[in-house]
Design a protein around this ligand. Structure first.
Ligand code: DLL
Length: 443
């Protein structure tokens, strides 16, 4: 790989070439890989052999991409039921790495990689960074957690393969992050958007203005965040905030990433075949319609997954992107089908509350939703920090914000919520994924 692809007159990083494949070539490549991976899964993973036999489907039945619908879905429960190594398709002596994601209940889900899998992962991370206009010469502060979580090592290998300088600082220790960011002249950071907000805030307290530092890009993901949140983050740090999407079951970070148009992440669909289904009926939906994202890993050796139900709600965007990439984009994932909560019969997603409250001036992007049950009646309280000016101003300013917020939220979700305006720093900050909803109803 040349580090000097700009100088050679190439308009994109060589590793990004598949981003620009003519559609017919892309589809042919996907079909070929789907046939190979279906056979690999059938031959090596008992779960798939059984479920395909039950459906009367053989790998040879995959003759076109639409035949993917003949294949069974895979769910997180399948991973849990086959804990820890039951879905591996490679012998252990070819598995060079495992990662695990902490489940909300009981055992984690385990994922595996061969050397080739790690190479593919690095390549999609290179494509992710390149899409954010990062390259050799950039100094990337990698504040995703290193360890069983895929964020740290995934971004690390990708940034090295890109030819950038990686600072493997991992998550946490915010004061040190700020010192390193200044002293090492960092140009890009990788972390969750909520952690970056915390970092900006802490820097402000220490008298450091991140806008004056060389940092120009943030590669933010691992948790849902809204467009309204991007609008808050970018001017605070004078950077471009890019959305990176991924999940451990499929590879980790690098399943999809935004380009400079910032108009929804491009899916690296030569490796991860996307479908959108209706989560209730499991019926496939066309591009442009919203539903649950289902992904088939087209090249994973150690742990191929067929039609994995991500639970993430999005839309595949049919329109071509101005950047010229041919791989499809998806709308940013702002919600999961399982983070929805039902309050007095109304379905609510935390992202709806986030969008509504960030519309109102005087609020800070730190909030939490607390659900309780009082005498069989569900109560919803939104706690949100307001600026010191609002907080220390007359009662009038607080009342004004409260009124606007109440209306904005009621307008978005259709019900009235209890609002608690709190002073800055009241809501707990996270070093990784933020916890937005505290559900105290489950007793
Ligand atoms: O969060 C992998 C990752 C690391 C992605 C670093 C991006 C950056 P898991 O811990 O398995 O893996 O969590 C995956 O997080 O199904 C989504 O619900 C959510 N998620 C990840 N990225 C985004 C994003 C990593 N950009 C789960 N927007 C996924 C919204 C995201 N949700």
């Amino acid at each position: 790989m040349s580090e000097f692809w700009h100088d050679a007159g190439c308009s994109f990083h060589p590793v990004s070439a598949p981003d620009y494949l003519p559609i017919d070539q892309l589809r042919a490549l996907q079909l070929h890989r789907l046939q190979v991976i279906t056979k690999r899964a059938y031959d090596n993973v008992e779960l798939y052999r059984k479920s395909m036999d039950d459906r009367g489907v053989k790998p040879e039945d995959i003759k076109g991409l639409e035949d993917i619908q003949k294949l069974p879905f895979t769910t997180k429960a399948d991973l849990r039921d086959n804990y820890p190594f039951g879905l591996f398709a490679s012998p252990m002596n070819e598995v060079v790495r495992v990662h695990a994601s902490s489940g909300t209940t009981g055992k984690p889900t385990v994922v595996a990689y061969t050397h080739e899998d790690i190479d593919v992962w690095s390549s999609v991370m290179v494509r992710s960074f390149a899409a954010c206009d990062l390259g050799a010469g950039d100094i990337i502060q990698n504040a995703y957690g290193y360890g069983l979580f895929t964020g740290g090592l995934g971004a690390h290998y990708g940034a090295e393969a890109l030819g950038a300088t990686v600072i493997p600082i991992s998550g946490g220790n915010t004061d040190r992050q700020i010192m390193i960011m200044q002293d090492f002249q960092v140009t890009a950071i990788c972390c969750t958007p909520s952690y970056f907000l915390h970092l900006i805030e802490r820097a402000g307290e220490k008298g450091v203005d991140i806008r004056k530092l060389p940092i120009r890009a943030g590669v933010f993901g691992a948790e849902p965040w809204t467009e309204a949140m991007r609008q808050r983050i970018e001017p605070l740090a004078d950077i471009k905030a890019y959305d990176i999407y991924g999940l451990s079951e499929i590879v980790g970070p690098g399943v999809a990433n935004e380009c400079r148009e910032q108009a929804g992440p491009h899916l690296f669909e030569d490796h991860f075949y996307p479908e959108i289904i209706d989560p209730e009926t499991c019926r496939a939906l066309p591009d442009g319609e919203e539903g649950e994202l289902v992904i088939t890993t087209l090249s994973k050796k150690a742990m191929p997954l067929l039609r994995y139900r991500t639970r993430d709600i999005t839309t595949l965007l049919p329109d071509p992107c101005a950047c010229g990439r041919t791989i499809r984009r998806m709308k940013r994932v702002s919600r999961r089908s399982d983070d929805m909560f039902i309050i007095r019969g109304v379905n609510v997603f935390p992202s709806q509350v986030e969008t509504a409250l960030l519309e109102v001036e005087g609020t800070l992007p730190h909030y939490q939703i607390v659900l309780t049950r009082v005498r069989d009646l569900d109560q919803i309280e939104v706690q949100v920090e307001v600026t010191p000016e609002v907080f220390s101003d007359t009662v009038g300013a607080m009342e004004d914000v409260r009124k606007k917020l109440g209306l904005a939220i009621e307008h978005t979700i259709g019900i009235r919520v209890k609002l608690t305006l709190v002073q800055p720093h009241t809501i707990q900050r996270s070093e990784g994924k933020a916890k937005r909803v505290i559900d105290n109803r489950k007793m």
